[in-house]
Design a protein around this ligand. Structure first.
Ligand SMILES: *Cc1c(COP(=O)(O)O)cnc(C)c1O
Length: 360
């Protein structure tokens, strides 16, 4: 099972992770299941649930990755606002909102590393706080899995999702994964009750009877070719620790910033300079650096034109991700050289770079 290759990377026990579908689909399954568990009285949960009132609220962050918020909105449309309602607040208001309104919240759904600025949430502390109010937590590990040290089981995380095409190197379109803490297996009831999640898929029974473990999250036939590529990509992780990967990730980030600083001294970037749009301390952010610029899209396209694959994140963010397992320090130096060259020569003003692509 591929899930068991992902489990040690995210600090999960064996047989608690399943590889399938996309983050969006897995979030829908887990959001729905978590709301049901929460509203049916959390019999496997803690004492805080005894004082819990029936709640329809899913708390999240308003600058979460949009699909995460869209999935709550979709569930809300399906089951009605009285059963599921999104409450989204600013990142720095999450803790105070839980402290103030925790008893009215069913589920907390957050992404550990923000996709624009790379800010990192403290999973352990926030999960602990949420649990003290009887709130179930779902963490999105899209920009964490494979690059940040994680201890899902130790931190008592209820549910998590992630993708494998970012720092797990599964390649474009590789499937996502979902984690369920073992104590929730029995109560879990996910809405996409497809045959692959059935206890005996090849018995072809008339009635759905869910599988016992985390396989109950399966829905339909998996994309076997994608999964076999991912299976090979995951082998690398048995030879290197996440701490070593994080160490190199920070070193690559620091080196990039040093190169940019050094190169910028020799030229005048002034009016056209990029504004840092993330924590300047690489150890305090995910494996990425973000700059703000009104022509971030064009700059990103010019970088791609020179072989540096960066991302544009609307409205005005240039994000450069550092994947430690295959990027070298000389790659990073080359990327810094090219970025400074593009800025200095205003290459990004060439018309071909302003053509908008569907994927940015
Ligand atoms: C990349 C990313 C996704 C992608 O979701 P898919 O359904 O797998 O396309 C979701 N959430 C976050 C936070 C992401 O960064």
């Amino acid at each position: 099972m591929i899930g068991n290759k992902i489990a040690p990377i995210i600090g999960a026990e064996v047989d608690t992770v399943i590889c399938c579908d996309s983050i969006s689909v897995n979030l829908f399954k887990l959001l729905s299941a978590a709301m049901l568990i929460s509203q049916s009285g959390l019999d496997t949960f803690n004492k805080a649930s005894e004082t819990k009132i029936h709640s329809n609220k899913v708390l999240s962050q308003n600058d979460n990755f949009p699909t995460d918020l869209y999935m709550v909105q979709g569930l809300s449309n399906l089951v009605g606002e009285q059963n599921c309602e999104l409450l989204s607040v600013k990142a720095d208001e999450i803790v105070s909102t839980i402290e103030k309104y925790g008893h009215e919240i069913s589920v907390l759904m957050l992404t550990q590393v923000n996709f624009r600025n790379g800010d990192i949430h403290d999973i352990k502390a926030i999960t602990e706080l949420a649990h003290s109010f009887g709130i179930l937590v779902i963490w999105d590990l899209a920009h964490s899995a494979g690059v940040l040290p994680l201890e899902l089981t130790k931190w008592k995380v209820d549910f998590a999702v992630g993708c494998t095409y970012k720092y797990l190197n599964g390649g474009p379109g590789a499937p996502g994964f979902a984690y369920v803490a073992a104590q929730h297996f029995r109560q879990l009831q996910q809405p996409l009750s497809g045959w692959m999640g059935h206890k005996k898929p090849f018995a072809f029974d008339h009635n759905y009877e869910k599988s016992v473990g985390v396989e109950q999250l399966l829905c339909g036939t998996p994309s076997i070719i994608s999964m076999s590529i991912l299976d090979a990509a995951l082998d690398v992780f048995s030879e290197v620790s996440i701490d070593e990967i994080r160490h190199k990730s920070i070193a690559l980030n620091v080196f990039f910033q040093t190169c940019i600083k050094h190169l910028s001294l020799k030229i005048d970037l002034n009016s056209e300079s990029l504004t840092l749009a993330c924590n300047a301390d690489a150890s305090q952010r995910g494996s990425q650096i973000s700059y703000q610029h009104k022509q971030a899209y064009e700059i990103c396209q010019a970088l791609i034109g020179r072989g540096v694959i960066a991302d544009f994140r609307a409205p005005d963010i240039l994000r450069i991700g550092f994947s430690p397992l295959f990027l070298s320090f000389s790659d990073v130096q080359k990327a810094a050289d090219i970025l400074v060259d593009i800025m200095r020569n205003k290459t990004y003003e060439q018309p071909q770079y302003s053509v908008r692509n569907a994927v940015t």
